[in-house]
Design a protein around this ligand. Structure first.
Ligand code: ZN
Length: 274
């Protein structure tokens, strides 16, 4: 998400000529056109709420001359917080929600006019990543190093049996590698999961690999790189065929407060034909 925001910023910064062309000339006492803020959009995708520290996009008209965005908070000026835009163009302004901003309306100060903006609910700084895996943002390695397939509907994430991962069917003994770099937080045996290993990536998300042929080839606490061998595909635990059961959890991780998300799109993105 951070990268997407950066790209947006560049796109806006790259058009100062267009921004100037839209500004009314300040001659003969003529006033700038009054700014108007119509909609808000947070870097998280939310329309009316945004965590502190996130970039907020104000969309509307005549915004190129915006000098300051004031986060008004509650009544009175005590909790007002002012922020300079990161970028401004005729139809949008990008501004970072100040660290101590409070929920309330926004006010936009332009060259010589001001406008009231919509109300924004200010959230605490976000720690959890979005609930869907940012497919393009995670450089990873497909964990099953051999012939495989994704099975059928019952091997998918979710469904009536609340399957928390995606199964990758492959012959027992097929080499298994870490999909993402991180630290090994667990290697254990469980009656249902069989031999399993959990790796926490640097962004706080976790991957879990289950039904390994033998105890994982890595140790708890060990740092692993993407592509590092973990063991082999097996059918230990409650498994009716040789397969990898792969789970992806949001921060703060596997059974540490995170949530499982459907990893199929991410697996497919890593799954290059060999
Ligand atoms: Zn499974």
């Amino acid at each position: 998400m951070r990268r997407a925001v950066a790209v947006t910023l560049l796109a806006v910064l790259a058009m100062p000529a267009a921004a100037l062309a839209h500004a009314s000339p300040r001659s003969g006492g003529a006033r700038y056109s009054k700014p108007e803020v119509k909609t808000l959009k947070c870097g998280t995708g939310e329309q009316t709420s945004c965590p502190r520290g996130y970039v907020l996009r104000l969309s509307g008209e005549n915004l190129a001359q915006t000098r300051t965005v004031i986060f008004l908070g509650a009544r009175g000026s005590r909790d007002d917080r002012r922020a300079r835009p990161e970028a401004a163009s005729p139809h949008r302004v990008l501004v970072t929600v100040p660290a101590s901003a409070r929920s309330g309306r926004l006010r936009v100060l332009a060259a010589d006019s001001a406008a009231a903006g919509p109300r924004l609910r200010v959230l605490p700084p976000a720690v959890a990543p979005p609930a869907t895996a940012p497919v393009a943002a995670l450089p990873g390695v497909f964990p099953v190093q051999g012939a495989h397939d994704y099975g059928s509907e019952i091997n998918r994430f979710g469904g009536p049996r609340r399957h928390q991962g995606q199964d990758v069917l492959a012959a027992c003994g097929t080499p298994l590698v870490a999909a993402l770099a991180g630290q090994v937080t667990l290697t254990r045996f469980h009656a249902r999961a069989g031999n399993y290993v959990v790796i926490k990536a640097d962004d706080g998300t976790s991957q879990a690999y289950m039904h390994l042929l033998a105890p994982a080839a890595v140790e708890q606490g060990q740092r692993v790189s993407a592509g590092q061998p973990l063991g082999q595909v097996g059918q230990t635990g409650a498994a009716s065929a040789c397969h990898l059961h792969f789970e992806l959890w949001t921060a703060p991780g596997w059974h540490e407060g995170g949530e499982p998300v459907d990893p199929l799109a991410l697996l497919q993105a890593w799954d290059t034909p060999r």
